[in-house]
Design a protein. Sequence first.
Length: 139
Amino acid sequence: MIQRIQTLWLLLVAAFGILTLKFSFFSGNKIDKNQVKTFQYLIASTNFIILILTVIVFVGALIAIFLYKNRKLQLRICIAGIIISLLNIFLYYRETKTFTEGNYDLTAILAIAIPVLFILAARGINKDEKLVKSLDRLR
């Protein structure tokens, strides 16, 4: 299980998922209801939908790690993780529009790296599936 490269990619996805709960994606000024500018950070926990999607991505990566015997289901979970993480990035981007001014933080790379790591894991799972199928033909 641990010797497979996709396991390492999925572990990185899980680690980055946890880190996006702690580190900010965007920081800047936001106008309150009282027309007062306040400096705020956009973290996954500030928006409920982003929080739920981040937790789903994290848990999905952990589940996919332990499904190493069922590669088809593991691949489906990775594809679902790619879609959910891209949706998560879109929601982050949409949430940045509520700020009057600000900058993307360096830790935004964590959220952007998650779909890339899911794609790398899916490629590794697909290679394993092709290898198993080719060995079945030889028998």
